[in-house]
Write a protein of this length. Sequence first.
Length: 533
Amino acid sequence: MKARPRPRAAARAAGKVVAFVDMGTNSVRLLIVRIRPNHSYTVLNSQKETIRLGDHEFAERRLQKSAQDRAVLVCRRFVELAKAHGADEIIAVATAATREARNKAEFLKRLKAQAGIEVRTISGREEARLIYLGVASGINLGKKRALFIDIGGGSTELVLADQHQVFALDSLRLGAIRLTNLFLEDDDGAVDEEEYDVICRHVERAGVVPLRRLARRRIEAVIGSSGTIENLAEIAARKFAGRRRARDDLLTRDQLRRVVRMLCALPLGARRKVKGMNPERADIIIGGAAILETVMDELKLDEVRISDRGLKDGLLVDYLARRGATPHLAKLSVRERSVLHLARACQFDEAHARIVQALALELFDSARALRLHAYGAPERELLSHAGLLHDIGVFLSFDNHHEHTWYLVKNADLLGFDQVEVAQIAALAYFHRRNFPESGHPKLKGLSKRERGVVERLSVLLRIAESLDRSRTAAVRHARIRLEGEKKLILELKAVRDCHLELWSAESHAEAVKQAFGRKLKVRAQVRRARKG
């Protein structure tokens, strides 16, 4: 009888738990993840606590004792939480409020002695780099150059970059708390137009050099992160769309201007009650809004796309890269990395999934060449991702694993995809072992007629591809569809060993092929056994 693995050995096999702490001027954020040997990770916990570390600090450049007390208390709790999850390591950084404080050393000693956490202070440019890593890891930019804007409590970071390369990094001494302390301290009333204009002019002067430099550069997209921008977008969504903010929502310059005018017209008590307002942010949001509006005005930006990722996510990305965990992932797009992460987190059969993925794409390409469909690169990519994920539901149970796969894909928060694309990938994976999808099927709910058509046709190709590795022996290496006459399709297979099971399985999809493409299907195989040695 085999000896059972020791608990520590089992834990190492399950992966390493690491906690990341971002100590900002307004809030402290915690991210706890389990990083597996295959480079996938699972988020175990994510927390945020408002501490107002920068309150009344920037004028004298001293952290107040009460603010330090709040920070120590929250960090102590976060350390306890990280240890409860079995954290092997805690990576913690502090930003504007700490780096500018004259009593920084005293504060860091308190954190180590009283909270049991070592915090390193990072520069503004390093903060900008980490924010970019965190935000860019969750969006699909392609070849676009984007301006990343992050408005913190003490500083604002501006990064011009594409998916993989940074062109400009700037950190401005402008933040929601800093401006509130400077212009609106102890002011619980409405903010008149003249007061607001004074704040905006200060922002313009403080950011004149980087803003002029950026005005000369090509900006094809704008991404906004941070609590201030998220909260402004939430208020705009409630006001103009009558709903909660959706992931990747856009905030237009006109919407921002109208939200700002509404907020300025209200005293603090009424501002806290605005739909979508985070009450803890109501007193500082006008200062933060002035930064965003001024940047958008100066650079003539029409809209900003909202991201809920930030520095703590960048710490994770940086951690993986520094330890050599992601060299082969670096060449993948955000979408590819996100899909692979989900698949590996579900402990999928990667060899089988790769074969199915490759065969499905060969079928897609040959069917397109015959004009059986007119889909292009976007639909081909969806099929590719569905091919990799089609069996991940086995992680929960083999029975009804297509149903489990659909649920996992729909609820996995895949990065870089919109909701329609996620729904299509989930449906493609679901129908890889079901009957031909009817247009009224509940798994197709919310998709347009064209989007349903993509699922209906491409799920047949995925079903055939899956059947061509039925024995999980990689017997079939290549597959293509060709036309014989006007109404007959021939599925040609190239195999390296006997593939009778695969032949029989592929032939069982003839009726689905006829429904999808209007033609009969015949399967033929050519077996050339691989040479030994």
